[in-house]
Design a binder for this molecule. Structure first.
Ligand code: BV8
Length: 244
């Protein structure tokens, strides 16, 4: 994989860098992306049908158990070279914002600091009625467990389809995209909104746009540089060029 010299110079000279990541950056950690068929028990469900308030209302146990299965899978996974390369890039950059659509906590586990979690975090649990975080609850025989305070069902602290993102979190992401010198879109199909708007917003300011993905996406034609490949390999190569 040849990395253009101009791209490396843009990254070295950039004062403000934004990286937007999607499920693809965690693929090399063994976590199936949203678009890949779910494995085993869950292969007959479409994530977009389960990650909704309607699905939880209709069948809270099914949705809770799906997240428990994912949480178990994710807790056994580790950050990969792509996550660690972004930790290094953050260290090298005056101002670095990591905006992630992922709920797997792998950026934090790798050591990234300035993380904007657009869609929440599967390791946080909240009351579905009071919307308050809950750290411990009595182990129920049936799932989902109930809130110790109001006895409402507990749910994962993630943003479901047809749910609004936290306005403050979204605003922080938009502000970063509006004011960066380089915007990297890494491992995302750029199909889910409003996250998919962020590279468009960045393209309206005079910044360098870079996409890292083995496949093309709806924003590929917008990019200044398209690095076709697995993010773990490409990001590691990028960092080797920068550190040289
Ligand atoms: C909202 C948490 C207001 C839960 C997730 C405008 C137009 C059209 C639709 C909409 C719109 N605005 C709003 C919508 C509706 C909807 C939406 O976007 N629908 C789309 C699908 C049509 N958006 C919402 O509902 C959002 N809320 O807008 O609120 C509102 C209120 C009421 C009613 C309507 C609107 C909330 C969206 C958040 C949903 N929650 N996650 C959970 O995870 O369980 S989204 C979830 O899916 C992920 O978090 C992620 O964001 C998304 C999947 O996207 P990717 O991360 O890109 O993953 P994907 O599998 O798609 O792609 C992987 C990519 O990696 C691929 O390109 C692949 O090539 C690449 N890859 C593979 N291997 C590698 C790799 N890349 C690099 N290296 C590799 N090795």
């Amino acid at each position: 994989m040849r990395i253009p010299k101009r791209l490396v110079n843009d990254l070295i000279s950039a004062k403000k860098i934004v990286a937007l990541t999607g499920a693809g950056i965690s693929a090399e950690s063994g976590i199936p992306t949203f678009r890949e068929a779910q494995t085993g028990l869950w292969s007959k469900y479409d994530p977009q049908d389960l990650a909704t308030p309607q699905a939880f209302k209709k069948n809270p146990k099914l949705v809770w158990d799906w997240y428990s299965w994912r949480r178990e899978l994710i807790s056994k996974s580790h950050p990969n070279p792509g996550h660690y390369a972004l930790v290094e890039l953050e260290k090298q950059t005056q101002s670095f914002t990591l905006i992630t659509q992922n709920i797997d906590n792998l950026h934090s586990k790798a050591g990234s600091k300035n993380i904007v979690e657009l869609h929440g975090n599967i390791f946080r649990t909240k009351c579905s009625i009071e919307n308050t975080l809950v750290n411990k609850w009595d182990q129920p025989r049936s799932s989902p467990p109930r809130c110790p305070n109001c006895r409402g069902y507990l749910r994962p602290d993630v943003v479901w389809f047809n749910e609004n993102l936290d306005p403050k979190i979204l605003q922080a992401a938009v502000k970063a995209a509006e004011n960066c010198d380089v915007f990297l879109s890494i491992g995302t199909s750029s199909l889910v909104y409003p996250a998919a708007n962020l590279p468009i917003i960045a393209s309206h300011n005079d910044c360098t746009l870079i996409e890292i993905n083995p496949s093309s996406t709806p924003i590929t034609s917008l990019m200044d540089y398209v690095l076709k490949g697995a993010s773990g390999i490409v990001l590691q190569k990028l960092m080797e060029c920068i550190i040289q």
